[in-house]
Each structure stands twice: as C-alpha cells, then as structure tokens.
Design a protein around this ligand. Structure first.
Ligand code: ZN
Ligand code: ZN
Length: 54
C-alpha cells in the first residue's frame, strides 16, 4: 500500500500535529525522518504529503 504508519495506543501521550486533538485514534508516521503524529482525519492528508515527496 505504500503507507507506513502505525496506530498508537492512547497510553502513549500525544496529540494530532494538524489539529491538536488527542484520543484513541492517533497514529504515528513511521517514515524514517518523520516524527509526525496525527488523528484519523489527518491520515489521508499526511499520506498524500509523502506521496508527493516520493
Ligand atoms: Zn487531527
Ligand atoms: Zn510522515
């Protein structure tokens, strides 16, 4: 699929870097140089960003 990401357990503190939301639907981008954490709604936008770079 080309999308490298992993959903986080909410026990890991974190907030969406796009909208600041916390919650059980956060995910972490696993691209080697990308520390991005986002919520479900930001997922498609962020994957598009990587698709454009690559
Ligand atoms: Zn968000
Ligand atoms: Zn990323």
């Amino acid at each position: 699929m080309g999308l490298i990401s992993q959903f986080l357990n909410i026990s890991l503190k974190g907030t969406c870097q796009s909208c600041g939301a916390g919650g059980p639907n956060l995910w972490a981008c696993l691209q080697s140089d990308c520390p991005y954490v986002g919520c479900g709604e930001s997922h498609s936008d962020h994957s598009t960003l990587h698709a454009q770079v690559k």
